[in-house]
Design a binder for this molecule. Structure first.
Ligand SMILES: [Zn+2]
Length: 365
């Protein structure tokens, strides 16, 4: 499974030989094994990777892959005996990249960013159903059963005799309170256990709000949204709903991030906007969160001595006066550097950012 840990390992891999990265969309909804193998052969023919890598990649799709996923990420550096494959349950665009010394991980970052580490709690007055999803797959599920809650009679009828409505309503209320507490406690433990980074709550508006209030503050702050759903819903329905809300909330969060960066950049404080300023901040080790317009790819130059990246016309590095080498994509190198320094990389679709060259950063200071 592709985790943040696994990704850090990929980021840490540096080879003396070219690394071939293949992303193949294998969505059963839009094709079958034959059409996707053909697509792969065409990509390999066009890109002409080293023969050994080409063979290793084709062997994987012939013999190992079960075609159950909706896409696959494969990294091969046969010259150094390196091969990794990750089937993924969400569809990705097919592409092949040959990089001089590292795997091309940008699409995986984007993937983790949007579909990683979801926790969902379905809530009613009696208990909860807890789910952990990662990259479109169910990782774990747990049910929490509270004590039974007597039904509260609706309307003005005193059916059930003179002791009727009020007494049982009061009992129920206390039971509901206890059940909510139990459910919230169980959810916090479950979310922690499964490394959840964003939380969704399903149920009636009242139950969702009640449950949320009982969650510890840390988990409250990670709630991305609530939604109505039946307690008996199939997990596939829960997942679909979670991804839908997750994507929406993610877009909103990113819009706020872009705003913060623009404000920071205008005030000359903790924001950088545009290629030049952002690459400069990167060189100074100030980038906390790198923001990249989705699909941005910019050729440029790198100083082999101090790693300074630029897209400008400079002849020599302003830091060490060394002459530059050409690189196919400064954005890819920049994002890897930020991640290795334990910063964040976000991929956004935002007009303002695009009008500033598609690159910006929130700075550490
Ligand atoms: Zn330099």
């Amino acid at each position: 499974m592709l985790t943040k840990n696994e990704l850090q390992k990929l980021l840490g891999f540096k080879a003396q030989h070219p690394v071939v990265s293949v992303y193949l969309n294998t969505d059963p909804a839009t094709g079958n094994a034959d059409t996707y193998r053909l697509k792969l052969r065409t990509m390999l023919k066009d890109a002409q990777p080293p023969e050994d890598d080409s063979r290793a990649i084709q062997r994987y799709f012939q013999q190992e892959y079960d075609w159950g996923g909706r896409s696959v990420a494969v990294f091969s550096c046969a010259a150094e005996g390196f091969f990794r494959a990750y089937p993924i349950a969400v569809p990705l665009r097919s592409r092949l990249r040959i990089s001089p010394d590292r795997p091309h991980v940008k699409p995986l970052l984007r993937l983790l960013d949007t579909y990683g580490h979801y926790g969902v709690a379905l809530i009613d007055q009696q208990g909860a159903r807890l789910f952990a999803f990662h990259l479109g797959e169910l990782q774990a599920q747990e049910d929490v059963h509270g004590e039974s809650v007597q039904r509260i009679k609706q309307g003005g009828s005193q059916a059930g005799g003179q002791r009727g409505g009020e007494g049982s309503a009061a009992i129920s209320k206390e039971a509901v309170e206890r059940n909510m507490k139990t459910a919230a406690k169980a959810a916090a433990r479950f979310f922690k256990q499964h490394d959840v980074r964003r939380v969704l709550i399903g149920g009636t508006e009242e139950n969702s709000a009640h449950f949320r209030n009982h969650l510890p503050k840390h988990w409250q702050s990670l709630v991305m949204g609530t939604f109505p759903i039946s307690m008996a819903a199939a997990y596939s329905e829960v997942l679909e709903k979670a991804l839908e809300i997750g994507e929406h909330a993610e877009r909103q969060r990113q819009a706020r991030l872009v705003e913060n960066i623009i404000t920071g950049a205008l005030k000359g404080q903790n924001g950088a906007l545009g290629l030049d300023d952002t690459l400069q901040a990167l060189q100074e080790g100030r980038v906390q969160t790198l923001l990249i317009q989705e699909g941005l790819r910019t050729p440029g130059k790198r100083c082999p001595e101090c790693n300074y990246l630029t897209t400008g016309d400079l002849e020599a590095c302003p830091y060490c006066n060394h002459s530059f080498e050409a690189v196919p994509d400064v954005i890819e190198i920049a994002s890897q550097r930020v991640l290795r320094a334990h910063g964040e990389v976000e991929f956004v679709i935002d007009q303002t950012l695009e009008s500033h060259g598609g690159l910006g950063a929130l700075l550490r200071y």
